[in-house]
Design a protein around this ligand. Structure first.
Ligand code: HEC
Length: 110
């Protein structure tokens, strides 16, 4: 019985850490990804967006109500003016972590 409980506890914690690892993005990897994929249109750092209509990520981050969930819903929904970018789930979580890390940065273009 004790063994059973122990293995159950191990299973539960393994599942919990797998879920946690899956849901947390790496902002540094997100920056690299954004540089390769998103920067064609969006200003991903201090620079202006190359495409005027694409909001600079710093401004996205500072918008009230912008959370990881809000960004995720946005990115998982096709958007008329943004081509349907095929983005792997982990890349998406990384990019979201990167965008959220920009909260509170100076929003003025240099
Ligand atoms: C081909 C150009 C293009 C690329 C590449 C692109 N976007 Fe966009 N994105 C746009 C445009 C244009 C808008 C504004 C859409 C609108 O508001 O109608 C937008 C809007 C957004 C928004 C909503 C911003 C807001 O104003 O609320 C997010 C978030 C976003 N993009 C994330 C990304 C991410 C992350 C990537 C890279 C994986 C990416 N985009 C790549 C053109 C692009």
């Amino acid at each position: 019985m004790r063994f059973l409980l122990l293995s159950l506890a191990i299973t539960v914690s393994a599942v919990a850490s797998a879920l946690a690892a899956e849901e947390v993005g790496d902002p540094q990897a997100g920056f690299e990804y954004a540089k390769n994929v998103c920067s064609a249109c969006h200003g991903i750092s201090a620079e202006r967006s190359p495409m005027k209509k694409a909001t600079r990520f710093r401004e996205v981050a500072d918008r009230p109500g912008v959370t990881g969930t809000a960004l995720r819903v946005w990115m998982e929904t096709s958007h008329p003016t943004m081509p349907n970018i095929i983005i792997e789930k982990q890349d998406m979580l990384n990019v979201i972590a990167y965008i959220l890390s920009l909260k509170g940065r100076d929003a003025d273009p240099r």
